[in-house]
Design a protein around this ligand. Structure first.
Ligand code: PGA
Ligand code: ZN
Length: 432
C-alpha cells in the first residue's frame, strides 16, 4: 500500500524544470520516476502544467504540479495498493476531472502513476521490465529487446532551423544482438560527424536529442550523407542499416491554407504533393519508416498516404495519434498510418500507455516506444519497451546521459534475457 508520495522540481536535458516523483510504500519500498517533456508537441497531448511565472525559468517552472503531488495527490493515493494500476490511475484521472489532465497536470499524474510501478516492482523484488511483462504482456507474448530507431541528423524544432524535417534516423535492422546494434549505431554516428566536418559543416554542436544539426542545403543532402556514412562503416544499406524519417509535418503545415511549407527546399506543397515527395525519397533511399509524414489534422491526406506507401514503409503516427486510444481507433477505422508512436506523457498514465500499446498491437499496428526531446536520467522507457515487447524504441542519439541512461539500461536487460533482440523482425516481415 502507498504511504505517501513526494514530488520535486528537477532539471531535464535542456536545463528546463520537470517533475520527479517518489512513491513510498507502507512496507518501506520506494519507486522513483522522472517525467520527460516534449518540444515538438502535438495539439492533442495531455497537458503539461507549467507555472508561467516569467521570473522563474522563463515561465517553465513546475512548482504548481509539484504542489499538487505533495498535497492533493499524496493524500488521495495514501492507502491505495501500488500494484493496482488501474484503480490508482482511475483515481488520479477522476481527481483531475478534465479530459486532458490540465488541472493537476499530466506531468504530476504521470510521475505518480509510473513511480508506483517502480515501488511495486521493488516490493516484489523484480526488475521493472519483468514486472511490466508479468502484469501487462498478453498471453503468449514475451519480453524482447527492441530495434532502435536512432536520430543522427536533426532539423525542425530540435535544431538550428535550416532543415524542416525533424529527424533523420538509422535503424540497425541487420544486427544479431542488441549490443551489436549499439556498436553499429555508434560507428555511424561518429562517421557522420567526420563526414560533416570534412564537408565543412558544423559537426560539434548537438541538437536536442544529441544528433547533429548542420545547416545543410537540402533534405536530400541529409539523406545522401547518412547513406555515405553507413556505407563508409562497411554496412550494407537496407540489409544492415536502414533509414527512418520523423518529418514532424504538423510543425510546418499551414492549416488554414492546407499547405506544407518546406523552407529549406523553397517548396509549398499540397498534401498529395507532400506524399509524392516522400514517395520519391522512399524509392531513392533505403527508408523503412516515416513518422508524421503529414500533419495531425490532415486525416484525409493520411488515408491517401497510407494507401500509397503503407505497403512499402512503416507510417508512424506521433502527433496524429498522441498515444490516445480514441485517435488510434480512428486511425484503424479510416486506415490512416500503420504504426503508433508511444509517448507515455502524451497520455499521462501507465495504464493508458499500456492500453494504447495493446490496442495497437492487437489490431496489427506496429509500435515504437519513444522518449521526448526533453529527457532525464530516468530509464523507465527501456523497461517499458522490453516488458511490453514494443518492437522498436526511439531514444535519440548516443550522446548525453539522458539518452545513454536508456541505451545502457537495455544492455543490463540484455544480460538478463540474452539473445531476444527484435532486429528486423520488429517489422514482422512487412518493411525490411
Ligand atoms: P518532442 O518530439 O519530444 O520534442 O515532442 C519528438 C518527436 O517528434 O518524436
Ligand atoms: Zn515525432
Amino acid at each position: 500500500k502507498i504511504k505517501h508520495v513526494i514530488g520535486r522540481e528537477i532539471l531535464d536535458s535542456r536545463g528546463y524544470p520537470t517533475v520527479e516523483v517518489d512513491v513510498v510504500l507502507e512496507s518501506g519500498h520506494r519507486g522513483r520516476m522522472m517525467v520527460p517533456s516534449g518540444a515538438s508537441t502535438g495539439k492533442f497531448e495531455a497537458w503539461e502544467l507549467r507555472d508561467g511565472e516569467p521570473t522563474r525559468f522563463q515561465g517553465k517552472g513546475v512548482r504548481k504540479a509539484v504542489d499538487h503531488i505533495n498535497h492533493e495527490l499524496s493524500k488521495a493515493v495514501a492507502g491505495v495498493e501500488a500494484g493496482e494500476h488501474h484503480t490508482l490511475d482511475q483515481l488520479l484521472i477522476e481527481l483531475d476531472g478534465t479530459p486532458n489532465k490540465s488541472r493537476v497536470g499530466a506531468n504530476a499524474i504521470l510521475g505518480v502513476s509510473f513511480a508506483a510501478a517502480h515501488a511495486q516492482a521493488a516490493a516484489e523484488g523484480l526488475p521493472l521490465y519483468r514486472y511490466f511483462a508479468n502484469r501487462f504482456l498478453a498471453e503468449g507474448d514475451t519480453p524482447v529487446l527492441p530495434l532502435p530507431m536512432v536520430n543522427i541528423i536533426s532539423g525542425g524544432l530540435h535544431a538550428g532551423g535550416h532543415i524542416d524535417i525533424q529527424d533523420f534516423l538509422i535503424m540497425p535492422v541487420g544486427a544479431a544482438s542488441y549490443p551489436e546494434a549499439l556498436e553499429m549505431i555508434s560507428s555511424v554516428y561518429f562517421r557522420t560527424q567526420r563526414l560533416l566536418a570534412a564537408k565543412g559543416y558544423q559537426s560539434r554542436l548537438l541538437a536536442d536529442e544529441g544528433g547533429f544539426g548542420p545547416a545543410l542545403g537540402s533534405h536530400e543532402e541529409a539523406l545522401d550523407i547518412l547513406c555515405e556514412a553507413i556505407e563508409a562503416c562497411g554496412y550494407k544499406l537496407r540489409d544492415d542499416m536502414a533509414i527512418a524519417l520523423d518529418v514532424a509535418a504538423s510543425h510546418f503545415y499551414d492549416e488554414d491554407k492546407g499547405i506544407y511549407r518546406l523552407g529549406a527546399d523553397h517548396r509549398m506543397l499540397q498534401s498529395d504533393e507532400m506524399a509524392a515527395l516522400l514517395e520519391t525519397w522512399v524509392d531513392r533511399y533505403p527508408i523503412v519508416s516515416i513518422e508524421d509524414g503529414l500533419a495531425e489534422e490532415d486525416w484525409s491526406g493520411w488515408v491517401r498516404l497510407t494507401e500509397r506507401l503503407g505497403h512499402k514503409v512503416q507510417l508512424v503516427g506521433d502527433d496524429l495519434f498522441t498515444t490516445n486510444r480514441e485517435r488510434i481507433q480512428r486511425g484503424l477505422l479510416e486506415k490512416a498510418g500503420n504504426a503508433v508512436l508511444i509517448k507515455m506523457n502524451q497520455i499521462g498514465t501507465l495504464t493508458e500507455t499500456v492500453e494504447a500499446i495493446r490496442l495497437a498491437k492487437s489490431a496489427g499496428m506496429l509500435t515504437v516506444i519513444s522518449a521526448r526531446s526533453g529527457e532525464t536520467e530516468d530509464y523507465t522507457l527501456a523497461d517499458l519497451a522490453v516488458g511490453l515487447n514494443g518492437g522498436q524504441i526511439k531514444i535519440g542519439s548516443v550522446a548525453g546521459s539522458s539518452r545513454l541512461a536508456k541505451y545502457n539500461q537495455l544492455l543490463r536487460i540484455h544480460e538478463d534475457i540474452g539473445s531476444h533482440y527484435a532486429g528486423r523482425a520488429a517489422f514482422q516481415g512487412r518493411f525490411a
